[in-house]
Each structure stands twice: as C-alpha cells, then as structure tokens.
Design a protein around this ligand. Structure first.
Ligand SMILES: [Zn+2]
Length: 357
C-alpha cells in the first residue's frame, strides 16, 4: 500500500506512529470536498415531487483525519518495546482551547439547475476550509509547527512513548522523531536467531530495516537479496553435511535452479520454493533497475516473504528436534521392552528345567 496523504493512514494509526519511516512527506490536502443528497419538499397536484438538491462542502478527509489523530482519545493493541509484549497503548488526545469546528463548511441548495451562485459557494468553501485549517493547526502545533504526540502503555509501569511531527509551509506532515525507535518496535527477529547458523542474517535484516526507515529502498533491497542468498546457502550446507547433494552441480546452477535442487531433495522450505521463480529476480531488478521510490513501495512485501521463509525454517527445526527426541525415546522404550522379554524367556526356560527335574 502506498501512503502519500494523511487519510491513507485512517485504518493504520499505529503504523503511522511507530513503524512509518522518518522524514517521509505525507500530504495534508486542505481543499474542500463535496457530498450530495436530495430532499422531497412536497408534491404537485399530479403527484410529482418537488425536489431540492443539496451540495455539502466538507473539510478535506486529510484534515478530518488530522483532527481525529490529534484530538480523539485512542487505544490500540500494540507491541510495547519496554514490556516486550503486546498490550493496550493509549493516546489521550489533545484538549484544544477553542472547540473544534465541525467539518461541514457550507451547503449550496438548488431545485432545477445549478445557478452561478454555485461558484460563489465553491469559492467561499475553499476560503473557509483554509482559514479553519490555519486556526486548528495554530492551536495544535507549537510556534515551530511541531507536534508531539504522547502515548502510554497500560502496564503497571505506564511506559511513555512519543512521536514528533513537523508541519511544513506547504502542508506536509513529516515524522521527525519517535521514541522508542522504529527498530525497537520490530520484535520479529528474535525467534529466528535461534535457528540460523549464519547469525549475520538477522543483523542484515536489521540493516535493511534501518535503510528502509530512511527511505533508502535500493540499499534495503540489496540486503534482502544477500539474505535470500545466505538462506539458500544454509540449506545447501545441510544437504552437504548429509552427503545428499552434488556440490559441483549445485555450484554451477543459477540461483533459481539452486532452490529447485534443494527443494527436490527436501532441504528447502516449501514457501522458499514457491516464491523462488520471482523473488530473486524482483530483488535483483530492485538493485539494478528500480528507483528508490519503487523499492520503498515494495520493500514490506519482500521482507514479509523473507520472514515467512524464516518462519518455515523455525518450524522445520522444531520438527527435526522433535523427531530426534521421539526417536531417542522410542529407542529407550524398545530396549527396555526387549530386555524384559529376554528376561521372561529366560524365566520360562528355567521353570521348564525345574519341571523336567
Ligand atoms: Zn510497556
């Protein structure tokens, strides 16, 4: 999803506050919007209705969302980096000195056809919209056009979190700071570290994230490509250890074929094999041909794919461990039962001997 204007975050408030990259411009469009409805005034003698049509001029949805974002009390279930778990996080919402103006700017009504008057309403709505936006932002932002949003987690420690926004002259909102950092909110890597032999993989994922938070998508893509290559190598090492692969054939193969070979032998996570035909070529295209903007736009999906491969690796490792464990236990049970039956045979033989005597 592309986030270019403030209302794009309407359903994604925590993402804007905690995960959205710093220094990325988000437009606040201040031009008025319109909605239409109609009303039946009365009926003529022949039962035809007399209809009046209304055109309502409203504040732009970006402005309406800024009001909600800043002034309404909110709580969302999210990860607290201090508690290291998910819980409710609250933003109390700013109480402004002057009451918030309503979103309706003006309404133009007509019965048969629009008159020139409409133009006047249109111009008036545009003016009122800008004036109200200025009044609102003057109250909300400080003299440097900076807004700090304070949040609190609901644990007994009430951890404090905050986000700082800057409003530009041309009405862009830019996140210029946050505490804890974007990386602190990303807790997705811990469990993967345990199953990865190559510990640099999680470090490189963190590097990719850092680059992404600064909108350097091409660099972030390069790290993702390295990670994908390293994951293939890890699976290859397993196959090599089990003496289950032709090293020369593997080394000579293209990246796509390498995954195919590993998958056929049961060494590649299924998801890795499924996305194999396109993930590597997308990552390579990103490194060589795509713009920073395109790489930034697609980064989250590609990172998610890498995380899914890692998740499958975690599941595979867990399964292997469980297999080994149950095999050992079965062996023990088998040995115990066998020795018991040998003892029983010996006992029976001894009894038979006594009988013979
Ligand atoms: Zn907390």
């Amino acid at each position: 999803m592309q986030y270019e204007r403030l209302s794009d975050f309407a359903e994604k408030c925590p993402y804007l506050l905690f995960d959205f990259p710093l220094y990325t411009k988000v437009k606040i469009n201040t031009s008025a919007e319109t909605t239409e409805d109609m009303e039946i005034l009365d009926y003529n003698e022949d039962d035809t209705p007399n209809i009046v049509r209304h055109i309502h001029f409203l504040e732009n949805k970006d402005v309406r969302y800024l009001k909600i974002l800043a002034t309404q009390e909110k709580n969302f279930y999210y990860y607290c980096p201090f508690c290291k778990r998910k819980l409710q996080i609250i933003h109390k919402g700013y109480k402004l000195e002057n009451e918030l103006s309503e979103s309706l700017l003006t309404t133009y009504s007509y019965m048969f056809s629009m008159s020139d008057e409409f133009e006047e309403y249109d111009e008036e709505a545009a003016k009122v919209s800008i004036k109200r936006f200025e009044e609102f932002t003057e109250q909300l932002f400080d003299e440097n056009k900076v807004l700090k949003i304070n949040l609190e987690c609901t644990s007994k420690d009430k951890h404090k979190l905050y986000v700082i926004f800057q409003l530009t002259e041309d009405n862009y909102l830019i996140k210029v700071g946050q505490y804890p950092s974007i990386l602190d909110f990303d807790n997705s890597l811990k469990e993967y570290r345990q199953v990865l032999k190559d510990k640099s993989v999680t470090k490189e994922l963190t590097n990719a994230e850092i680059l992404k938070t600064h909108n350097m998508g091409v660099g972030a893509f390069l790290y993702l490509r390295r990670i994908f290559e390293k994951l293939i190598l890890e699976q290859f090492e397993q196959a090599k250890l089990a003496n289950d692969i032709d090293v020369q054939v593997f080394n000579d193969a293209s990246t796509e074929d390498k995954v195919k070979i590993l998958h056929e032998k049961g060494y590649a996570p299924t998801y890795m094999a499924e996305i194999n035909p396109f993930i590597y070529s997308i990552l390579s295209k990103g490194v060589h041909r795509l713009s920073e903007k395109e790489c930034n736009l697609h980064y989250d999906t590609l990172k998610e794919s890498i995380l899914l491969i890692l998740e499958e690796k975690v599941a595979m490792a867990r399964k292997e461990k469980l297999k080994k464990l149950t095999k050992n236990e079965l062996n023990k049970i088998h040995t115990k039962l066998s020795s018991k039956s040998v003892k029983l045979v010996k006992e029976v033989a001894a009894t038979e001997k006594i009988k013979e005597l």
